[in-house]
Design a protein around this ligand. Structure first.
Ligand code: TXA
Ligand code: MG
Length: 344
């Protein structure tokens, strides 16, 4: 299959992509978080082809992207009061809401759950595409399953060229980590995946919010967000996180680097800008300054992909504070490293 790349100002191209989307084809598009791999959410066969193109297990449900709230009455049984407040405040934006689904939503989207995930992305091209297609759009991140999520059209091409009809190039995504997934079916909203909207931001609007994170899954509990159980966001190289006081972390990473080099391994370090010049690894990538965690979020997946491009064998990574967006960054780093963390 030939994959056509559509530039942001190509209005006719966007029309063609929207028509293809409505007709059951796959179209990758930019959002403010990461690029999405879109299909007509009302077309079971189209949605099936998302799972095939990504190599994604079909027990992992998809987010439905909308451009207007009026379609909600077809998709969900009710919009809880707190959900209404959150939509007013954060939509369009990086917040996905889990609500009770109607029978109108195809089973393949929800992987058999009685809830559906919905979000309105904050990206003009995405909203235009959904509008023009005239249907809600199911979209996971547009990467091969297990790879880091794509934050540029180039990342999408690297993973999915030949597997999708169109890729709409809207430049780099500005948030860089996926949306926050929030279950609003109960009295107290529960964060199933930390993301672009932080817990602090949510609590300002609706009061107490709980979080239900990965860790529990290892104790054999059924994950409420099925996607959280998979190894994710991973570069090919094995990755270790090193956490603790900054100077000690640098010393430890350099010692680990020496040992790895003795074994003939090519070593990468994921560093904050402040420490970049202090490492002795083969490939040192700065993910951004500790003072601007939003930049770190925006650069994270691109940095992980760069290690792959450089054929690194092993990666040592600093950690950052879990405040605000740092929570989502650390969640992705924990998954990329399969939780391998060395404390100094
Ligand atoms: O920012 C984002 O959310 C991006 C862009 C493209 O919108 N999309 C994205 O989709 O990250 P994906 O498929 O990679 O992640 C969707 C997450 C998964 O963890 C999935 O398990 C969870 O949402 N999810 C979807 N439907 C759910 C449901 N009904 N109940 C609980 N979790 C659900
Ligand atoms: Mg994903």
């Amino acid at each position: 299959m030939e994959t056509f790349i559509i530039k942001a100002d190509d209005e006719e191209g966007l029309d063609r992509a929207a028509a293809a989307l409505r007709d059951g084809k796959l179209v990758a598009f930019p959002t403010e978080t990461v690029y999405g791999l879109g299909a007509n959410a009302l077309d079971t066969n189209a949605v099936k082809s998302i799972y095939e193109a990504k190599g994604r297990p079909s027990d992992n449900p998809l987010i439905v992207h909308i451009s207007h709230t009026r379609i909600l009455e077809k998709l969900v049984l009710e919009v809880p009061e707190k959900a209404k407040k959150l939509m007013d405040f954060f939509w369009p934006g990086p917040l996905t809401l889990i609500m009770k689904r109607t029978d109108f939503v195809p089973d393949i989207i929800t992987a058999g759950l009685d809830t559906v995930a919905i979000r309105m992305p904050d990206n003009a091209l995405a909203l235009k595409l959904i509008d023009k297609a005239g249907v809600p759009v199911a979209a996971p991140s547009a990467n091969l399953s297990g790879h880091p999520s794509p934050t540029t059209a180039k990342h999408v091409e690297d993973d999915l060229k030949g597997r999708v009809e169109y890729i709409i190039d809207g430049g780099p995504c500005n948030v860089g980590v996926e949306s926050t997934v929030l279950d609003v079916t109960g009295e107290i909203p529960v964060i199933l995946r930390p993301g672009g909207v932080t817990r602090e931001m949510l609590e300002k609007i609706v009061g107490k919010v709980e979080s239900d994170l990965v860790i529990k899954i290892e104790d054999g509990q059924k994950p409420r967000s099925p996607g959280m159980k998979y190894r994710h966001y991973s570069p090919r190289a094995e990755m270790y996180l090193v956490s603790g006081e900054s100077d000690k972390v640098v010393i430890e990473i350099n010692e680990l680097t020496e040992k790895s080099k003795e074994k003939g391994l090519k070593v990468g370090v994921l560093s904050t800008e402040e420490n970049m010049h202090r490492y002795i690894a083969d490939i040192i990538i700065s993910v951004g300054s500790v003072d601007t965690p939003e930049d770190i979020a925006a650069n994270l997946f691109d940095s992980l992909r760069k290690f792959d491009e450089n054929n690194v064998d092993i990666i040592y990574s600093e950690t950052i504070s879990e405040e605000g967006i740092g929570k989502a960054v650390m969640n992705r780093l924990m998954k990329a490293s399969s939780g391998k963390i060395i404390k100094v």
